[in-house]
Design a protein around this ligand. Sequence first.
Ligand SMILES: [Zn+2]
Ligand SMILES: [Zn+2]
Length: 199
Amino acid sequence: MNSSMIWIPIVVVALLAVVFWIVRKRSASRACVRCGAPAAHGYSKAAESDLKDIAHLCHSCLLAQLEKDYSGYTKRAVAVQPVAGLPCYVFRPKSEWNEKLRKELDSMLGRLESKCISCGGDARYLWLDCAADTSIVADIPEKGIANSLSTSGGSSPTSLCGKCSVKRVGETLSRQDARYVEVCGPHGPEDGLVIAMGY
Ligand SMILES: [Zn+2]
Ligand SMILES: [Zn+2]
């Protein structure tokens, strides 16, 4: 082999490495569409939005948007603490769940106190802490909330207003090294459930 030909594969590999590095750097440095800071999560108006309708937001812009969504929602929802390992953290209205879960949501929301236990505002969310166990939360749509969480060592359900619920979402997200592909807040005319899921 001609000695100059030895360099061809080396140059090709080096070029590929540079291209790979540039692509990785570009996707890692995606900026928040609102403030330009590094984006952390995807935000959409409703679960399972098209990719083009998911906005990339940084941690603080996401929480500011969720505070608007959670405070503006006029119905009631059960909110299960986010768990890392599932790519989405979304609200889904009651009509999108199976009958067993719909009944469970009704009975749980019947126990919602009228006042937020943190600030005394109007409570609209029944917040459920759970051990950060992905598989337990992933089982909720099939097994039901009480059945799934009874063994997770979570504390009893807490009645919270929108603002205090988002505070807990924010605290949980900042403890996790997780990037959610899609996060959406509660909306619409029905009660519902906020939960981490994989679709
Ligand atoms: Zn931002
Ligand atoms: Zn509150």
